[in-house]
Write a protein that binds this ligand. Structure first.
Ligand SMILES: Cc1cc2nc3c(=O)[nH]c(=O)nc-3n(C[C@H](O)[C@H](O)[C@H](O)COP(=O)(O)OP(=O)(O)OC[C@H]3O[C@@H](n4cnc5c(N)ncnc54)[C@H](O)[C@@H]3O)c2cc1C
Length: 491
C-alpha cells in the first residue's frame, strides 16, 4: 500500500522547501543514527590470491537470506518504491570473506549478481530477480589514516562520512543527500557543492579493494587500469568493492546560500531566467555551485559558495534581480548547512534521470518552449540544471578516470514524483515524452549515476570513447558476466 501524504507534506515534497540533487527528494529529514563503526582488528587478506577451495564463513561474515527469512524483506527495500525486485538470495556481507563466499555461491549456482550499498540507484540496478544480491550496507567502518587520507567501507552513507569528518574539520567532496551511499556515488563519478573546486568524488579516490567474479581480492595498487575503470565505470561491473581510500581536504568553515524564487512562470520568463542563469553560472568562482529548478510554474534558483567573495552579490545580480523573492544565508556553519540538504530517507515513488550534459545554454534553448509547456503543465515533473565545470575539467583528473564528460559543465536532471502507484504510467509517459525532446534536439551525453533504462545507446552516452576499454577490464575481472544488470558493461 502506498502512503498518502498530507497536503502540507506533499507540497513540501514538491519543492516548497529548498533542496537539490535530486532537488525534491533531498530535503528535510532526520540524519541517520546508524553510526559508522571504528575498524575491527581483522587481518586483511592478501590481494590477488585466487580462491580455489570453498571459503569457510560464519554469521559474522555473511547472512545468506532467502525469501522465507524474516530479515529478507527489510534488506530488500530500496529508495525507489517504483522498482521492486525479488532476488533468490540476499547475501548480507559483513566482511570481505563474506563477499568471497557469496560470490562463490553465486558462481556455483550460476546466478547473476548485483551489488548494493546505499540502495539509491535510480533504476534499481543494485538488485535483480532470481539472482544474488551482495548487500554490503553493514560494512560501515571508517578511519582517517593520515591528515589527508581516509579509508571507508562501502556501506557508509554520505551523512556517516560527514558525521565522522566534520568534527575533525575535514571534507570529502561528494553529493548532498545524506542517505546516498558513498560506494555507488563514487564509482559512477559523484558531484556536489565542492566539485568545481576539488573535482568529482572519484577524483579523490586513491585506491580500492574489490572481490572479483572469481572470488579473488583485487587491489588497485596492483592495477592502475582497474582504478581508472572504477572512477566513473565501477558500479556493479567488475566486482564488489569492499574498501576505498580517498583523499580528504580541509573543511571550509562556512557556507553562504542564495535562494531565489520566481512564481507564475511563463514561457517567456523561463527563456529569460534560463539564459540569465547560464550566463551567471559561467562567471561563478570554483567555490560556488548553482542549480536551476523548475517545478510546475515555480522556479527556484540556488547559488552557494563556501568562500566569501566581495562582489559576489554583483556577480549573481543578473539572475537575482529577476527574482520575486530572495532568501540569503551568509556564513552559516558548514556542517549545519550541509544537514539542510540531507533529504528524505525514502522510499518514495519517483523516476529521475539525466536529461543531458550541456556545453552551454545553446544546447537546450531550441526546445525551451516545449520543455516549459511539459514541465509547467504536469504537476510532479521537475526540470533541474546543476553546475559542474571548474576543476572537474582538470586534464590530470581526465587522464586518471573513465568519466568522459569533463568538458560539459552543466548537468540536466529530469525528475517525476507521485504519491500513488496508479499514477506511475501517466508520470512515466510524460517523462519519456520530455526525454524525447532532449534526444531529438541532439543531446547525447549523460551521467552514469543518473541512468535511464530507456536510453538506447547508453554505452556511449555514459562512457563516450572509453566503453571499449571498459569492456577489456570487464573481460579480465568478470569473464563470465556474473555481475550483470540492464546497463552493466557487456563483454
Ligand atoms: C535522493 C538522491 C540524491 C542523489 N544525490 C546525488 C548527488 O548529490 N550527487 C551525485 O553525484 N549523485 C547523486 N545521486 C545519484 C547517486 O550517485 C547514485 O544513485 C548512486 O549510484 C547511489 O549509490 P548507492 O550506493 O546509494 O546505491 P546502490 O543502489 O546501492 O548502488 C548504485 C550502483 O552502484 C553499484 N554499487 C553499489 N555498491 C557497490 C559496491 N560496493 N561495489 C560495486 N558496485 C557497487 C550498484 O551495483 C549499482 O549499480 C542521488 C540519488 C538519489 C536517489
Amino acid at each position: 500500500m502506498s502512503r498518502t501524504y498530507s497536503k502540507r507534506e506533499f507540497l513540501r515534497l514538491m519543492g516548497l522547501g529548498i533542496a537539490f540533487m535530486p532537488f525534491i527528494s533531498c530535503f528535510d529529514d532526520e540524519p541517520s543514527t546508524d553510526k559508522p563503526k571504528t575498524p575491527a582488528k581483522e587481518p586483511k587478506q592478501k590481494a590477488g590470491t585466487a580462491v580455489t577451495d570453498q571459503i569457510a564463513v560464519t554469521e559474522e561474515d555473511v547472512l545468506m537470506l532467502s525469501r522465507n527469512d524474516a530479515a529478507y524483506a527489510s534488506f530488500n527495500t530500496a529508495f525507489n518504491k517504483r522498482i521492486q525486485h525479488l532476488p533468490k538470495y540476499i547475501a548480507v556481507c559483513k566482511t570481505e570473506k563474506g563477499v568471497q563466499f557469496a560470490l562463490q555461491k553465486a558462481a556455483a549456482e550460476q546466478l547473476k549478481v548485483a551489488v548494493k550499498s546505499g540502495g539509491h540507484s535510480f533504476e534499481g540496478f543494485s538488485s535483480n530477480d532470481r539472482g544474488m544480491v551482495i548487500n554490503v550496507s553493514l560494512m560501515k567502518q571508517i578511519r582517517l589514516i593520515s591528515d589527508n587520507e581516509i579509508e571507508i567501507q562501502p556501506g557508509c552513507l554520505l551523512q556517516d562520512i560527514q558525521a565522522y569528518l566534520f568534527p575533525k574539520k575535514k571534507l570529502l567532496p561528494s553529493g548532498s543527500c545524506g542517505t546516498v551511499g558513498i560506494a555507488g556515488l563514487a564509482l559512477g563519478g559523484g558531484y556536489g557543492f565542492f566539485s568545481r573546486k576539488f573535482g568529482l568524488t572519484c577524483d579523490s579516490l586513491l585506491q580500492l579493494r574489490l572481490v572479483d567474479a572469481s572470488g579473488t581480492i583485487r587491489d588497485t595498487k596492483d592495477d592502475e587500469t582497474l582504478l581508472w575503470a572504477c572512477k566513473g565505470g565501477g558500479n556493479g561491473n567488475f566486482g564488489a568493492v569492499t574498501s576505498f581510500r580517498f583523499r580528504v581536504y580541509n573543511m571550509p568553515p562556512t557556507f553562504d546560500s542564495y535562494v531565489l524564487r520566481f512564481r507564475n512562470m511563463t514561457a517567456e520568463r523561463f527563456a529569460n531566467t534560463l539564459s540569465a542563469w547560464f550566463d551567471v553560472s559561467n562567471t561563478l568562482p570554483d567555490e560556488a555551485f548553482g542549480a536551476y529548478v523548475l517545478n510546475g510554474k515555480t522556479l527556484t534558483v540556488l547559488i552557494t559558495t563556501y568562500k566569501t567573495y566581495s562582489g559576489f552579490a554583483e556577480t549573481i545580480a543578473p539572475i537575482a534581480d529577476l527574482a520575486d523573492s530572495k532568501s540569503v544565508t551568509l556564513a552559516a556553519s558548514l556542517p549545519q548547512a550541509m544537514k539542510r540538504y540531507y533529504g528524505r530517507k525514502g522510499p518514495i515513488f519517483f523516476k529521475n534521470a539525466s536529461c543531458g550534459l550541456y556545453r552551454d545554454k545553446e544546447d537546450i534553448l531550441g526546445i525551451k518552449d516545449e520543455l516549459f509547456a511539459q514541465v509547467s503543465g504536469n504537476p510532479g515533473i521537475v526540470f533541474q540544471v546543476n553546475t559542474l565545470g571548474g576543476k572537474i575539467n582538470d586534464p590530470g583528473f581526465a587522464a586518471g578516470s573513465c568519466y568522459p564528460h569533463r568538458h560539459l559543465p552543466f548537468l540536466g536532471e529530469l525528475q517525476a514524483y507521485w504519491q500513488q502507484e496508479s499514477q506511475e504510467s501517466r508520470m512515466t509517459t510524460t517523462f519519456e515524452a520530455i526525454q524525447t525532446l532532449f534526444r531529438d534536439s541532439g543531446i547525447k551525453a549523460h551521467y552514469r549515476n543518473y541512468p535511464d533504462i530507456n536510453f538506447k545507446d547508453w554505452e556511449t552516452m555514459y562512457y563516450g570513447d572509453h566503453y571499449a576499454r571498459l569492456q577489456e577490464v570487464k573481460r579480465q575481472y568478470d569473464p563470465e558476466d556474473l555481475f550483470h544488470y540492464p546497463q552493466s558493461i557487456r563483454l
